[in-house]
Design a protein around this ligand. Sequence first.
Ligand code: ADP
Ligand code: MG
Length: 703
Amino acid sequence: MNEVTSPTNVPALFGTMVFNDAVMKERLPKATYKAVRKAIEEGVTLDIDVANVVANAMKDWATEKGATHFTHWFQPMTGITAEKHDSFISPCSDDSVIMEFSGKELIKGEPDASSFPSGGLRATFEARGYTAWDPTSYAFIKDGILCIPTAFCSYGGEALDKKTPLLRSMEALEKQALRILHLFGNEDVHHVVSTVGPEQEYFLVDKEVYEKRKDLIYCGRTLFGAKPPKGQELEDHYFGVIKPRVSAYMKDLNQELWKLGVFAKTQHNEVAPAQHELAPIFTTTNLATDHNQLTMELMKSVAIRHGMVCLLHEKPFAGVNGSGKHNNWSISTDTGMNLLEPGDTPCENAQFLLFLCAVIKAVDEHQDLLRISVASAGNDHRLGANEAPPAIVSMFVGEELGGILEALENGTAYQGKPASEMEIGVHVLPRFPKDTTDRNRTSPFAFTGNKFEFRMLGSSFSIAGPNFVLNTIVADALEQMADELEGQEDFIGTLNELIKHTIRTHKRIIFNGNNYAEEWVEEAKKRGLLNLKSTPEALPYFVSDANIALFGHHGVLTESEVRSRYEITLENYCKVLNIEAETMLEMARKDILPAVTAYTRELTETALAKRALDAAISCEMETTLIAKLSALSTGLYQKIGALEDALLQSKQITEIAACATFYHDSVFAAMQELRAIADELESLTAKTCWPFPTYGDLLFSVC
Ligand code: ADP
Ligand code: MG
């Protein structure tokens, strides 16, 4: 066994590259350490003298570990992370250098930000962007660089990143949750955070095979590919024995993640061939977000070391499952309470039911925002396919909890118990089973015993977006509830009514059946639930007056920030489709048509040679195939023209929402038609002539 993988060494390895609490305690003077803790816990800014001491200690620690540079590590609207490295060197008068790092450099950075998406928030002539240290997430060393987690904003202070609204939403949620908790007499609770454990799916393909596919290189997904003889139908990959090369990769990845303090916990094969999953132990949402970004980054870089490529696209292959991310979400207190844990005592039960009702209300009232938070060109392929929830947002609470909610609403008996027992504050809720028997894998938003699992996220997503939405909408529901409950003489009576009313008003969002079934689409329509099938269909809801007011009210996003995010998402959608269409055209024109022509020539030459030898020899196979290939090639040529036309037309549309809709309705449709013919050609053309590795080659490339 490799030395570092021995279980006894993992604790020693864990967090070695993180400037965490233990390191700070050890290396900072007591007063400085206290000031940093205060900054972390209460969000107060550090004064420059304290920052200087912290910066110096960080630099000493980092250089001892071989770091030469530092960077403000941030999460712009590209959805991935950004870094610009500066070395610690500072020249001395004798031409030598010393290593220096100041408090000013720690607290604030000024990257030239003109090339990051800003959705019109910052004109290129005002290129300055600021990065501000986020002390709630520890600094760490990656590739010899000291990385300082930061928030990124414009000159005017508007958020240009994924992290800022997330941090703001955590504050909003804390504020409202504390009001409710204090009503229930939890005076000892001072802090509330949302917690997340994101399960990350991914594909691994051999690097050599990957490099022969321009679609994978440019787009991260295959744009062509006939169905292979074997896909996932035997269900033999899910939880199957992990292949040696993959296993070595997972070991290596775990070690890299552990060094960075990421709680990588479980790993297994997923449903599709070459598909796998990694899940960490949950932590606070801001840390989980940073950790998930690091996980995705390391998944890719470690794969290269193992001669493989990690695909994080939501739908790399048609016909087999795509990849998502399950966002397990809950709320917890600094006293160790999980607010979505039903608890043992009546008081805890009532409090739990109120938080549960707040989530139900939030999800029902803000279906649009949850759908928007997972909207992207990539994820549109997945939602509503066989492996993922449809674009309709609904909630699963399970039979038992569903029964309890029904009884509460009607004031009737639950499982033979007298009605009075269902009064809040009297009845003790049963423990909810957490095992898989009470699971509904098809639900987009499922209660799983003591947390909710939001399953609509795409695999390549930053989890910041969906979580700032989740935190904000739940904060909003809690605020309305607190407003109603505070100052009431008959607290229990008001609470009872509030819970009853909430269930009655919002129960349409609860659906415990099969979300993949056709009938659900009909049923959801009857219930008045939204079914926003694509990104262009969903995004206009983002800029509604109600949503702008909601984010503004909770201090999560200003109106201009909402509008900029709307622009960025739609712009990204159009750009992705444009790149995909251009890639398709290039592959079809330069690779597929010449390949088919070559094969047709081969067949023609064979037929002619046969005839020359003996006119009686049958050339039926050759002539039939030649006819088929010729007809299909002509079809392909026409579809290339149609896609070219669609792309030309798209350039005429200036308004972003109209442009996105056109890409969806016309460009994407033309791409589908082009692909259908190309895939048919692939199935008829000799392997020796076909220009790319096939689906079979890709999906079974790693042994
Ligand atoms: P599974 O869904 O595979 O049965 P678990 O239910 O144990 O597995 O957990 C899935 C994910 O949910 C893990 O990342 C786990 O850490 C996370 N999780 C568990 N409890 C919470 C919580 N209170 N808040 C957020 N995430 C949680
Ligand atoms: Mg799960």
